[in-house]
Design a binder for this molecule. Structure first.
Ligand code: NAD
Length: 483
């Protein structure tokens, strides 16, 4: 199928309604999904919802498009990805507003998500995946090549729908795979709009975008025509994905939840680091897989850090993300809001101290103030579970070995951080965190060139970097006898 001209792409505006993308066509469906604005708690848009017949058509289209797409060079595929980034930048305002309406995050953060997605996409297609020569002598030549897997199914969550789709999408496309992408039913709209841009740029069938419910995700993981699943979401669903993928021995990448510790050592200037720690915990109202979810502070800095974090919590403006002064938006959906409210109740019943927040406001929308909790037991739900919302415990320690033991005493292992003026000591302690990424004096910094993923139950495999790209490919040894 012909690729539309760059001029057309430049002038094309996004359509007013929402469509699925199947085999190069923007199509509707009988079933519809209601999409709620979390700042209002009411439905503000509807979109088509795919079911099994649409999935079968999308997989068929992706399989048909695969031979021609894999035959293109990395450079050709990279050029189309760069056009996508360009279009994302051109449509940034429109897409960011839609993202804020469906997801709830402040507009500036929606813009940042799109910016970051475009920049990471551009960076990723600059990574080389050369043929590796393992041996070459008089008798033999052995090399390791990487070839695309086929059709990749990408399933995403609701907290950063654009960025979490673009990472796996660009990885899959650049390495020569075709794609069926399914966003979360809570936040399908911006991804469907990105589908329109994809349709301007990529040959029909190379990318298919299907909004749909959880059962559509389950059908993807079981589908015989899909060769790999790249899943981002909760640990519980990740386990179902892995079990379902076993039947067809699909390749899987699982990016799952976290319960990230931050260990604050005795030598810090609490006031100076409080803002960084606060926003690493509460950005997107705590709905970030790698957000700080437990703060362990040394007893000598504990009171100062608590006071400085409370200052930040009191200053942070919670509100509708469309208001430019808002710093923290609502919780994204009613299910998650109810979960956090129950966690607040449980924490109150456990007799913990609330330094900030903890009230359940009346009124429309799923708003909660940033909530800081002390005097809470290690075995409480708030410390043990992934809260994924604006409530964070601050725990005291006197011995760093004890802090490390408690930080690692979890089935999660996504990331963690150590805060100190002594970088060498910080690096040593960070290396003992049982996580996929351990930061020193920062938290949440990622890059297209750095592998990201979870240890323990926080995931399987890595995204980004050469390591991530190779997970969308099958290694193949070619071994030649010279005589
Ligand atoms: P979720 O697991 O409920 O849903 C994620 C996606 O999976 C959705 O598209 C959903 O429709 C689909 N799905 C549901 N059931 C399925 C099934 N049986 N088979 C296949 N797909 C199915 O997660 P969520 O509530 O949307 O997202 C929040 C979670 O995502 C948190 O735990 C968070 O930590 C995690 N997360 C992880 C990362 C990471 O990179 N590690 C990034 C963002 C979010």
């Amino acid at each position: 199928m012909a690729i539309r001209s760059a001029e057309n792409a430049q002038s094309a505006a996004l359509r007013k309604d929402f469509s699925l993308l199947i085999g190069g066509e923007l199509v509707s469906s009988e079933r519809r999904l209601d999409v709620i604005d979390p700042a209002l708690g009411t439905v503000f848009a509807r979109c088509p919802a795919a079911e099994r017949p649409e999935l079968d058509r999308a997989v068929e289209a992706a399989r048909s498009a695969f031979p021609a797409w894999r035959a293109r060079s990395f450079a050709e595929r990279a050029a189309l990805v760069k056009r996508l980034s360009q279009r994302l930048r051109e449509q940034q305002n429109e897409l960011a507003e839609l993202l804020t309406r469906e997801q709830g995050k402040p507009l500036a953060q929606s813009v940042a998500e799109l910016d970051r997605g475009a920049a990471q996409s551009d960076a990723m297609v600059g990574i080389d995946i050369p043929v590796e020569v393992i041996a070459d002598d008089n008798d033999k030549h052995i090399e390791l090549r990487y070839r695309p897997l086929g059709v990749v199914g990408i399933i995403t969550p609701w907290n950063a729908p654009v960025n979490l789709a673009l990472g796996p999408l660009v990885s899959a496309l650049y390495t020569g795979n075709t794609v069926v992408l399914k966003p979360s039913p809570y936040t399908p709209l911006t991804t469907l709009k990105v589908g329109e841009l994809l349709n301007e740029i990529f040959p029909g069938g190379v990318v298919n975008v299907l909004a749909g419910g959880d059962e559509l995700g389950a059908a993807m993981t079981a589908h015989r025509g899909i060769d790999k699943i790249s899943f981002t979401g909760s640990v519980a669903t990740g386990k179902k994905v892995l079990a379902s993928a076993a039947a067809t021995l699909k390749r899987v990448t699982l990016e799952l939840g976290g319960n990230d510790p931050a260990i604050v050592l005795d030598d810090v200037d609490a006031k100076a680091i409080a803002k960084k720690i606060f926003f690493a915990a509460f950005v997107n109202s705590g709905q970030v897989c790698m957000a700080i979810k437990r703060i362990y502070a040394h007893e000598s800095v504990y009171d100062d850090l608590c006071a400085a974090l409370v200052d930040e919590a009191k200053k942070a403006k919670v509100g509708n993300g469309l208001d430019p002064t808002t710093e923290l938006g609502p919780v994204q959906n009613k299910m998650q809001y109810d979960k956090i409210v129950a966690l607040i109740e449980d924490t109150k019943n456990a007799g913990a101290t609330f330094l900030a927040g903890g009230e359940i406001p009346s009124g429309p929308g799923y708003f909660l103030q940033p909530t800081l909790v002390t005097n809470i037991a290690d075995d409480s739900r708030l410390v043990q579970e992934e809260q994924f919302g604006p409530i964070v415990p601050i725990l005291r320690f006197s011995d760093v070995e004890d802090a490390l033991r408690r930080a690692n005493d979890t089935r999660y292992g996504l990331s963690g951080s150590v805060w100190t003026k002594d970088l060498e000591r910080g690096a040593e302690i960070a290396a003992r965190l049982e996580v996929g990424t351990a930061w020193v004096n920062q938290h949440r910094t990622t890059s297209a060139f750095v592998p990201f993923g979870g240890a323990k139950e926080s995931g399987l495999g890595r995204q980004y970097s050469v390591l991530g790209l190779k997970s969308y490919m099958e290694p193949e040894v070619v071994s030649i006898a010279k005589h």
